[in-house]
Write a protein that binds this ligand. Structure first.
Ligand SMILES: *Cc1c(COP(=O)(O)O)cnc(C)c1O
Length: 457
């Protein structure tokens, strides 16, 4: 399978190089040149597979012959051995037609593990095969940094640099990143918000002076991550589809998770309607209402991992909706970078509205949804998952609807305590981070200074 950039200039890269670079050299995002639906025979081959089987098959499809099968199989087995639930991604029934997909049984208790554990194995093994080293760089609103640090800590061929917005991640999230003893993990708290951190990563990445660091981006702009997330939509939709296609409501920030669901649907797995939920940072719901993508200042909310104004993966959905017109995508993205806004016109907007819907959930609505779900099912939701559960209640899709559970509630003690009057039970595997010593540097949002500092290490 060949990959192109959403902005058109890079083309013909294979999966292995897409995996190791992350961002296309023209600033765009890699995407397969063509996404063909599976044939009924190809779909049938997935019917009786377990989670690991689905993961191996999907990755092999997208990697083509650019990675050896043995490398993919070994990476998947070794990554999934670190999850703490036999089903990897279990479903919990919340009411007659509503299910919770629990994506928080990995090492750092958020769905980011489902992709990063596998991607970490793939990158380390592929670097070893090529005899190279790389620096993994990632901006985080909380969970990606923890998952990336856990996925790469102690590995031979990589250093990890994680940028998080100072004071804007939960205590547990910060401690998960900063308490790792491994010398190859470096944490920086940036005076700014998540979008600042994400912009710094993009700038560092495209800066010719940082070439010696050999950066690899593992934010969800890395296509390999999207594909690893497609795996759980394939798995889940095949499990639950006895009554027709399965709808998903997905807590959304960077648009990676919901894009992965759309890919499963394009391949013809039984995925029905897709709805995203946001918190008060409602740039995407406003876009779906009006066609105006208009970034405002990020506000702090109960659900910090969704405190984002620039959804980087939306560029891939835009490229598809604009019939792969890379020039049009480049023009819109340039406008967004310059002025913080663009307007999308008729055909593209209509196509996007057919594929996705969107709803914002305010603080009080999330808190009362956490109380409602606990009362009817006993289940404690994290504040991100609560926005999706709220949205699912408002829409009433026909048939089976799955609320995608993106994090364990114990990562967000304050929000849970506000909603329910007491904190969520702390899993034994998470408790040790609360007392371990932390290691991070606080820095200004100065990309040149950070690059020089990293080059000096
Ligand atoms: C990252 C994250 C999200 C947002 O997911 P995207 O793929 O960026 O849209 C939602 N909830 C939690 C808990 C997260 O960590």
């Amino acid at each position: 399978m060949k990959y192109v950039s959403t902005r058109g200039t890079a083309r013909g890269d294979d999966f292995a190089s897409v995996l190791l670079s992350g961002l296309a050299p023209d600033g765009g995002l890699f995407i397969p040149e063509r996404l063909e639906p599976f044939t009924p025979d190809e779909l049938a081959a997935y019917r009786d597979l377990d989670y690991a089987g689905v993961a191996k098959r999907i990755l092999t499809h997208f990697a083509g012959d650019s990675l050896p099968t043995a490398l993919i199989d070994g990476a998947v087995d070794s990554a999934l051995s670190r999850f703490h639930h036999a089903a990897i991604a279990p479903h919990l029934q919340l009411d007659e037609n509503t299910w919770l997909l629990e994506l928080y049984h990995g090492p750092t208790f958020a769905f980011k593990d489902y992709a990063l554990q596998i991607v970490g194995e793939l990158i380390d093994r592929q670097l070893a095969a090529e005899g190279r080293r790389a620096t993994i760089i990632c901006a985080t609103s909380g969970d990606t940094g923890a998952a990336a640090a856990a996925a790469f800590a102690g590995r031979e061929n990589v250093d990890v640099v994680v940028l998080h917005p100072l004071g804007r991640v939960s205590d547990v999230q910060r401690r998960q990143m900063t308490t790792l003893p491994d010398a190859n993990v470096r944490n920086f708290a940036v005076r700014g918000d998540f979008d600042t951190c994400q912009a710094m990563v993009k700038t560092l990445f495209l800066d010719p002076k940082s070439a010696p660091l050999n950066f690899t981006a593992v934010n969800s702009i890395n296509w390999a991550r999207i594909i690893c997330q497609t795996v759980y939509y394939v798995w889940s939709s095949l499990k639950l589809n006895s009554a027709g296609p399965v709808n998903y409501v997905i807590p959304t920030g960077n648009f990676g998770n919901i894009l992965a669901a759309d890919i499963a649907r394009i391949l013809c797995f039984p995925v029905g309607q897709l709805m995203l939920s946001s918190n008060e940072n409602d740039v995407l719901p406003r876009f779906f209402d009006s066609g105006a993508m208009e970034c405002r200042d990020t506000v702090e909310t109960l659900s910090p991992s969704m405190d984002i104004q620039l959804s980087s993966n939306f560029e891939r959905a835009l490229w598809m909706a604009l019939d792969q017109d890379a020039a049009a995508v480049s023009a819109l993205q340039a406008k967004l970078a310059e002025s913080g806004q663009y307007h999308l016109m008729d055909a593209g907007l209509t196509k996007l509205r057919k594929r996705f819907s969107a709803l914002a959930c305010q603080r009080d609505q999330a808190l009362s949804e956490m109380r409602r779900v606990q009362a009817v099912s006993g289940q404690v939701l994290c504040p991100h998952t609560a926005t999706a559960s709220f949205a699912a209640q408002q829409t009433g899709f026909e048939g089976t609807t799955v609320v995608v559970g993106t994090a364990h509630p114990a990562k967000f003690t304050q929000a849970v305590e506000q909603a329910l009057g007491q904190p969520a039970a702390m899993p034994a595997l998470l408790a040790p981070v609360l007392n371990a010593p932390e290691r991070f540097e606080t820095i200004d949002a100065d990309t040149d200074a950070l690059r020089d500092h990293l080059l000096d290490l």
